[in-house]
Design a binder for this molecule. Structure first.
Ligand SMILES: *[C@@H]1O[C@H](CO)[C@@H](O)[C@H](O)[C@H]1NC(C)=O
Ligand SMILES: *[C@@H]1O[C@H](CO)[C@@H](O)[C@H](O)[C@H]1NC(C)=O
Ligand SMILES: *[C@@H]1O[C@H](CO)[C@@H](O)[C@H](O)[C@H]1NC(C)=O
Ligand SMILES: *[C@@H]1O[C@H](CO)[C@@H](O)[C@H](O)[C@H]1NC(C)=O
Ligand SMILES: *[C@@H]1O[C@H](CO)[C@@H](O)[C@H](O)[C@H]1NC(C)=O
Length: 404
């Protein structure tokens, strides 16, 4: 019922601050292009341009340093993470085949979204790292990462969009790019970035998230309610604001502050319906990661079949020195000793890092309205609340460090 209420808003689609108007990140290519045939993927690239076009054509952020050392935890490197793509594109790094064990693409009238599971250690995420939330805002409103930008071609051509959000951890990922807005739901609200300890399942409204490993699908779908928004049957909306606790020093003594709500709802307002789903057996990048050479036109999964990408150029590059080294997927074993025992609890909520979002919550959150009374709190949900609260405090501390 709630989803139907939301759908009635859709005829009022408008274009406000949906497409990007400001400059592209300094290390990004001007356009989200495939690498030309005859070139080599640069696995030390600093490109921060993400693309989300389909189930096998998307990018995610990962640490610039792939050593797997603890200093590379996402909470420490949010401002400098770099793009890793499933195809050779955007002058970015490549995600090795096999790293992604599930990917689920959904195109809705308001956004496109991908989520799934991966072995994030294959792109340098620290083993067991509960990860963090990345978005175009960050501590200085320059983006997390700074210079991070996103495109999609779901509207028919490549477009840079302004609002997006992504969670990544060592074992899961999700990315939403907001491609349209209504009079009531702006792109900023639909891609809101302050629920950064709530994780993929809650923020991106994915009902079967933890049952969706080891499969690949591409669907259309209705839009979810904006994260934290609970449309009521009388037309009003209640809003959940994530709880933050932090400390400050005033005249030599330490004080504590808290904003947001103590009761965390157990689920989003509703799980949106999907339709026209196509299932694929796997995805692959088409590049030999022995030498990173781009030798063929990338193929793309679309409408149940494989099609060749268009507008792929050709060039004749010299093999870069060192490019014949063994595949970098060895980083998985390199970080095996870094495993952290608390990972599974926090990973289910993903993203333990407060970062810039916590700063803006500190100023806005005080005005938060009552939280979603529509979600019943079962004993199990109560336990989750405790976990989330503890993570929230950790997240705030990490965030405070990041802000420095
Ligand atoms: C790049 O990202 C910044 C920070 O979010 C944003 O202000 C800018 O509009 C984006 N530019 C493009 C071309 O996407
Ligand atoms: C790869 O990217 C890095 C970082 O931008 C750059 O310093 C290096 O020259 C690039 N390598 C090649 C072969 O283009
Ligand atoms: C997803 O499946 C892979 C096997 O394909 C497994 O190694 C990994 O642990 C699974 N991830 C989660 C979060 O269960
Ligand atoms: C709508 O219902 C909610 C409770 O579900 C109530 O808190 C709110 O005041 C109502 N708003 C209006 C405009 O009636
Ligand atoms: C700071 O602390 C000192 C000593 O406790 C006190 O005398 C002073 O009034 C305090 N200043 C403010 C601004 O609170």
């Amino acid at each position: 019922m709630l989803s139907l209420a939301l759908l009635t808003l859709l005829p009022m689609l408008v274009k406000g601050q949906v497409t990007a108007t400001f400059p592209n990140g300094a290390t990004n290519p001007d356009q989200p292009e495939f690498l030309p045939i005859g070139s080599y993927v640069n696995q030390t690239s600093l490109s921060r341009l993400l693309t989300l076009n389909g189930v096998d054509d998307f990018c995610l952020y990962g640490p610039p340093d792939q050593s797997g050392g603890p200093e590379n935890e996402i909470g420490n490197v949010e401002p400098v993470v770099v793009a890793y793509c499933t195809k050779p594109r955007n002058n970015a790094r490549l995600i090795p085949d096999g790293a992604i064990t599930a990917a689920h693409f959904i195109k809705t009238p308001l956004y496109v979204q991908i989520y799934g599971f991966w072995d994030g250690t294959k792109v340098g995420i620290v083993d067991g790292d509960a990860g963090g939330e990345l978005d175009p805002h960050g501590a200085e409103n320059l983006g997390n990462p700074i210079g991070g930008n996103v495109t999609s071609n779901v509207g028919g051509s490549d477009v840079f969009y302004e609002e997006w959000m992504s969670f990544i951890s060592y074992d899961q990922f999700c990315l939403r790019i907001c491609t349209a807005e209504t009079n009531d739901i702006t792109a900023a609200i639909q891609c809101e970035h302050e629920l950064d300890i709530m994780g993929c399942q809650f923020v991106m409204a994915i009902e079967d998230f933890y049952q969706s490993n080891n499969s690949f699908t591409s669907c259309e779908g209705e839009p979810a309610a904006p994260p934290g928004h609970y449309p009521q049957s009388n037309g009003s909306t209640s809003t959940f604001k994530q709880r933050y606790t932090g400390s400050f020093t005033d005249n030599g003594s330490v004080g504590y502050w808290t904003v947001g709500q103590t009761v965390t709802p157990s689920a989003p307002a509703f799980y949106p319906a999907t339709s026209n789903c196509v299932t694929y057996s796997t995805i692959s990048n088409g590049v030999n990661t022995g030498d990173w050479a781009v030798t063929a036109t990338p193929s793309i999964l679309a409408a149940g079949s494989t099609v060749a990408a268009s507008n792929v150029g050709t060039t004749s590059q010299e093999r870069p020195s060192g490019a014949s080294a063994a595949p970098t997927s060895g980083s998985a074993s390199g970080s095996a000793s870094g495993s952290q025992s608390s990972a599974s609890a926090s990973a289910s909520r993903s993203g333990a890092s407060g970062s810039g979002a916590s700063a803006s919550t500190a100023t806005n959150g005080a005005a938060a309205s009552a939280s979603g009374g529509s979600s019943a709190a079962s004993p199990a949900a109560q336990n989750n609340v405790l976990v989330a609260g503890a993570v929230g405090i950790v997240g705030m501390l990490v965030g405070a460090v990041t802000l420095l």
